[in-house]
Design a protein around this ligand. Structure first.
Ligand code: FAD
Length: 507
């Protein structure tokens, strides 16, 4: 028995990372059901071609798709990512790390970091970083994996990937086509909609071909051909909170050491990413056009590469913000057509993944129940707001006042939700977690402390643990973490052993 109103045909418009992630997930989910997944893309238009650093939930995405990790890393010239190093963000010369995974292990009745805070209040100068296995490994350029065991210190360890965006789309395309997804090459000329309902009925390609469907996914990137140009859904401009609006990207030669982390180096009017891959290093300067012109931005980027550039710098423009409704009528937008919050915490591909998961959780039938659409949109907006708050924290909490840009950042209005989190943390180190928060306690802790926000007290319940017991547990954790990190494999050696890609010339 099946629902007579079940959707039988899904059309994905666009074949960048968003389009192929959607096609891969949907062709896997609907394999063998008769539901058709068709993707239309135009090689002539091409893709944005960036988006090479990720966060740990991508592991779950790969697992659901049945992707073998070693094959995936090999095919995408990938490396492992343990977090992000922030240089010059709080003050010039200051460095901090946002590690994936957790700090220490909770004991007593409070989160772990409350015991650390308590020890600090009583004169223990040990930094919180001494309790993060991921951070200890990152600084030694180490990487390893162990089977999940909640008793092992590895249960606090987590990781994501860096990969080549073009190779990622190619990998997902093969995965999707093997599960029945159909690809059509061609430029969409007209989006046909029903004159009465406004629902999209077909994509008319410049070749004359019509691609009909019931559910359409807009993955056309910044063009937002369906959700924006056809349905007219507003784009909410968030540049008042996240002012950077330009990027220049250029690859450079591969780094010998392959650090297992992304580096974010703050500059005079923005920041520069460094993403180590097996065949090259990805670099890009994200900046604010109101404070820096393109030529100066390019000079800064080229002057701060770790090795020789191996391509021509590419310029990109964007407006940070979000679509007022990610889903309207029978169109669901994913990727850059649905919003962009800048790449500081590598969240965009995750927002694609999360959009796909929500779509599957709230999958429609041809009744198009508006309550379903509304709930999807509410959840998506909540998640965007939560990521926005986390990003704003990095800029707003800076103490840099050496340029107009950083002085501007110090005056960025703080969203109410973020203001409450900052105020609470300042008093007693407690962290407010809200529904759909993508980043959890350890991430907020790393960035709050890294950006110089220092709690004036700690949770009174931390005192329940006897002082000598607290000292012993903390010392024990430090030792285990330091020893475990020492015993790990070198990151490059781990890749060579398990997932080395074929040597290629840099692309
Ligand atoms: C500077 C920068 C750095 C970034 N860094 C990161 C990062 O480190 N981590 C991360 O997670 N994300 C990052 N992102 C975001 C990430 O790149 C995107 O979220 C991701 O690539 C998805 O893009 P997309 O598929 O939506 O768009 P695109 O890659 O632009 O793909 C759009 C697709 O639509 C097709 N198309 C458009 N118009 C038509 C038409 N008329 N007919 C047919 N086809 C059409 C194109 O051909 C293409 O296939 C970054 C983005 C930028 C701008």
């Amino acid at each position: 028995m099946s629902n007579p109103k079940a959707i039988q045909s899904i059309v994905v418009a666009g074949g960048g990372s968003a389009g192929w992630m959607a096609a891969a997930a949907l062709s896997t989910a609907f394999q063998g059901t008769g539901v058709r997944v068709t993707l239309v893309e135009s090689e002539e238009i091409g893709t944005v071609g960036v988006g090479e650093a990720t966060i740990p939930p991508i592991q779950a995405f790969n697992q659901i798709l049945g992707i073998d990790e070693a094959a995936f890393v090999r095919a995408t010239q990938g490396t492992f990512k343990l977090g992000i190093q922030f240089v010059n963000w709080w003050r010039q010369g200051h460095v901090y790390f946002h590690p994936f995974g957790r700090y220490g292990d909770d004991f007593g009745m409070t989160p772990f970091h409350q015991q650390w805070l308590r020890a600090r209040f009583h004169g223990d100068p040990t930094p919180l970083s001494a309790y993060a296995l991921t951070e200890a490994a990152a600084f030694k350029n180490k990487f390893d994996r162990q089977p999940a065991d909640p008793r092992s210190v590895f249960s606090t360890f987590s990781y994501a990937y860096h990969f080549d965006a073009g190779l990622y789309a190619r990998f997902l395309r093969a995965h999707s086509e093997a599960r029945g997804a159909m690809r059509i090459e061609g430029k969409i000329g007209v989006v046909e909609s029903d004159p009465e309902t406004g629902f999209v009925r077909a994509l008319k390609l410049e070749s004359g071909q019509r691609v009909e469907g019931e559910l359409f996914l807009d993955c056309t990137g910044f063009r937002a051909l369906l959700i924006g140009q056809t349905l007219g859904i507003d784009y909410l401009d968030w540049t008042c909170w996240l002012p950077c609006d330009r990027a220049i990207a250029v690859p450079s030669a591969r780094m010998a050491e392959l650090p297992p982390y992304t580096r974010s180096l703050a500059h005079e009017s923005g920041w520069q990413w460094r993403i180590p891959l097996q065949h090259r290093t990805g670099n890009g300067h994200v900046y604010c056009s109101g404070f820096l012109d393109d030529e100066a931005a390019e000079r800064t980027l080229l002057a701060n590469l770790g090795g020789p550039a191996v391509g021509t710098p590419r310029r990109l423009r964007f407006t940070t913000g979000v679509r007022a409704q990610g889903w309207a009528k029978n169109v669901v937008s994913l990727g850059l057509s649905s919003g962009f919050l800048e790449p500081l915490e590598s969240t965009s591909l995750h927002l694609v993944q999360s959009g796909i998961a929500k779509l599957l959780a709230w999958f429609p039938d041809r009744d198009w129940n508006p309550a379903v659409t509304a709930e999807y949109n509410r959840q998506v907006m909540r998640e965007y707001e939560s990521v926005r708050d986390f990003l704003v924290l990095h800029y707003r909490a800076t103490e840099r006042d050496d340029s107009d840009f950083w002085r501007h950042c110090q005056a960025i209005p703080v969203p109410e939700t973020l203001a409450a989190k900052m105020a609470m943390f300042r008093t007693n180190g407690r962290l407010i977690e809200r529904e759909k928060d993508l980043f959890h306690e350890a991430s907020w802790l790393a960035v709050m402390l890294g950006q110089g926000i220092s709690p004036g007290g700690y949770d009174p319940l931390a005192d329940i643990v006897a002082p000598h017991e607290m000292q012993a547990v903390l010392a024990g954790m430090r030792n285990v973490i330091a020893r475990t990190a020492d015993g790990m494999s070198g990151h490059a050696a781990f890749i060579d052993r398990n997932c080395r890609a074929a040597a290629v010339h840099a692309t």
